[in-house]
Write a protein of this length. Structure first.
Length: 227
């Protein structure tokens, strides 16, 4: 999660540029800014190892980072082979073909089902959600402000300056900052699609396989993402 010093530095930047704004108001707009950022950039990517069960096709996914799961990236079986799957409900994995896990393999602990020795890997995207941390700062990856802090700041400034009849109201600057914020979202999305590899060829999930809605999407296969 975000380092406390990073959050304090960010809040100080907001206080300087938004004279008269309350910390509560800034954090409220920060939550909505981060929600838009992660929803549109799909840059918060995490993984879960999954022990599958024979003939079970639906599994509940869990976020260790405290985020809301919003999309499925890919699923690999224990042999690193891509598995056709989708997410009909947020956070619920649906494997299209019934899983056959009858193979028993020898281990130092005795015979074990294949899924216990070679768990599947599920990769998904996340977004911020409530409840937040105790200081009302949204839970999100540590790199959020360190890498995209300038763009997140633009988002907060733009949203705050669009408010009417405030000491910091400035419609012209609001448009300027929100344009910069949208640029940051595109940069983050491109970086995520390239797995943050410098100079990599742009790669996007095939349009028919992307998951933007609660009912859409089939997992894609990108074996180099296996870790």
């Amino acid at each position: 999660m975000i380092n406390p010093q990073d959050t304090e530095d960010f809040m100080n930047e907001c206080r300087i540029k938004l004279v008269g704004a309350s910390d509560a108001g800034i954090k409220q707009e920060l939550f909505h800014t981060l929600k838009e950022f992660f929803n549109d950039s799909r840059s918060w990517i995490d993984s879960q190892h999954l022990n599958v069960t024979a003939n079970v096709q639906r599994y509940q996914l869990y976020s260790e980072g405290g985020g809301q799961i919003i999309g499925l990236v890919a699923v690999w079986d224990g042999w690193r082979v891509p598995v056709p799957a989708s997410m009909p409900e947020f956070g619920e994995l649906h494997v299209h073909m019934p899983v056959q896990v009858s193979t028993i393999v020898p281990t130092s602990l005795g015979p074990q089902p294949l899924s216990q020795t070679n768990p599947w890997l599920v990769r998904f995207t996340q977004n911020v959600q409530r409840p937040t941390e105790r200081d009302n700062f949204p839970l999100c990856p540590a790199w959020t402000l360190r890498v995209y802090g300038e763009h997140i700041l633009d988002g907060v400034l733009g949203r705050m300056m669009h408010q009417e009849n405030k000491s910091f109201t400035n419609p012209q600057l609001a448009v300027y900052h929100l344009q910069r914020f949208r640029t940051g979202i595109q940069l983050a999305r491109t970086a995520a699609n390239r797995a943050n590899i410098q100079g990599a060829q742009t790669w996007r999930y095939p349009r028919g396989w992307e998951s933007y809605t609660q009912r859409g999407g089939v997992s894609t296969a990108w074996p180099t993402l296996w870790r």
